[in-house]
Design a binder for this molecule. Sequence first.
Ligand code: OGA
Ligand code: MN
Length: 298
Amino acid sequence: MTIPIRRLSGALGAEILEFDPAKTLDASIVAELREIWLEHSILLFRDVDWTPAQHIAFTRHFGKLHIMPRIGTEVPVNLKQYPEIFVVSNVESNGKPVGIKRAGWGWHSDGEDKRIPNMGSMLYGVETPKVGGETSFASTYKAYEALSKSTKALIKGKRARFSRVDMHQINYPNLPPLTETEKLERPDVWHPIVRTHPETLRNCLYIGRWAVEIEDMPQEEGKKLIKDLTNHISNANFTYTHKWSPGDVVLWDNRCTQHCAIPYDDSLESRHMLRTTLEGDIPFYLASDGQRIESALV
Ligand code: OGA
Ligand code: MN
């Protein structure tokens, strides 16, 4: 079977047409979907109506599921009955948040602050606002390829330090600070800035809002380079912005994309999203001369 698709932008993304991911799939369809995913980096399914169990079952076709740890002591992160489902929501019940508010307001890929970041994430729009609440996605293949020769030479084989501890309060000012135990659980990690995708073997730019420092570079210079590279990634030539409707499901590849929830006035309407997360592997950079650089804990 050839699954019909529609490209979402010149940069990345494919909408999967005439397809219901809530249905049982056979192995050949799963293989075809993976091929489309590897080529286009993000997949969009529309008008999906499924249960958490079906969401989990469909995600499993792409790999092992990751269970998100709690962030901050008082915030619920996952559905009680389905710990595989992470809740991104501004909804409150009895005055308490039902999920993480303002998740991902800034360019990042999921789990970039961990030694083993997440391979992919699948976000399902349950309640989506009429105004605002979009998510932008960037192809970090395209962003890498468009860098100047001198920038490519500057970052080749270099790693950046990603730090949950340094950046938690900056990226999540609305969440409680990390406890001492949580700090110990989230040690800093060095990741190669040019990352080789383990399946396509294409190189991409691996940086984001948890990056704080660049190897062998004075701190201020490193910070400026991180900022410049992050700005570069968000260039319209490399991005697609998704306006959510209820029933949309987006699966993105965290190994070769970044995403950003676009900040908006979230006091006006509900935005309730459910996310499954795929387990990943240790990032590496494989140079054409055979040099291999891997992520390492600090
Ligand atoms: C996420 C995330 C962005 C959004 O779920 O990983 O960054 O737009 N979400 O909700
Ligand atoms: Mn995210």
